[in-house]
Each structure stands twice: as C-alpha cells, then as structure tokens.
Ligand binder design. Structure first.
Ligand code: FES
Length: 125
C-alpha cells in the first residue's frame, strides 16, 4: 500500500550559508549575507506565528554560488538569487505570506545561462 507524501512544513525555505575563503572565485553565500538572511526569515516566521508550520533552514552549497546569496522556497520550487538581507522583508511578504514572486530576484533561464558562462570563465582562468 502506498501513502501520499506529506511534507512536514507548509513552506520550507532553504538559505545557503556555505562559506569559502575570501579569495575564492566562486564566492559563497555566507559572504553575501546568508546567515543574516536566514536569521531574519526565522524571526519573521516567529513574529507571524508561523513557527512549526513553516521553517527557514540553513543549508550547505546549493551550487549557484556565483549568484549568491541563494534562497529556495518549497513547495513552490522558487529560487531566488542575489538576495541581500535588505530583500528579506519583500520576499517574506510576497512569497511566504503570499504565493507571489519577487520577479527581480527570481532565477530564470537567463540566470542559469549567466551561471554557466561564469563557470566557463572560471575554468579557463
Ligand atoms: S555557496 Fe551558496 S550556492 Fe554555493
């Protein structure tokens, strides 16, 4: 007998907090405010009484480092790149309380093409 999967959280926000050396060509989300972003999100969830229903977890590298800081929201499978701590309130209002998208930060095909181009450049240098 199979069971339909049931997520533990209504929304799960993954915030990359991976850290690399300052001179790393890839950069790292910890150096782009990853920790501050996660703490702000966790505080907002608490303030809005959503603790236990939604969660902001820190993660290791999500493999989009050059575009950091990276935040992913499930179940929307919504990837935000280039996020700064100043963007957290807008993301929270739009995509956590609501189901909208902050277009200027949402990753799209263009973002991933840019990532590939940056990686190719790193390989050649
Ligand atoms: S360091 Fe954040 S995605 Fe790799």
């Amino acid at each position: 007998m199979s069971h339909a999967p049931t997520p533990l959280f209504e929304k799960h926000i993954l915030v990359c907090t991976n850290e690399r050396a300052e001179d790393s060509p890839k950069g790292s989300c910890a150096r782009c405010g990853g920790h501050e972003i996660r703490i702000k999100l966790a505080e907002l969830l608490k303030q809005h009484g959503l603790k236990g229903r939604m969660r902001a977890s820190k993660t290791g590298c999500l493999d989009a480092c050059e575009l950091g800081a990276v935040v992913v929201i499930y179940p929307q499978d919504l990837w935000y790149v280039g996020v700064t701590p100043d963007d957290v309130e807008e993301i929270f209002q739009t995509s956590i309380l609501g189901n909208g998208i902050v277009e200027r930060l949402a990753a799209n095909d263009e973002s991933w093409q840019k990532l590939k181009a940056l990686r190719n450049r790193e390989r050649q240098s």
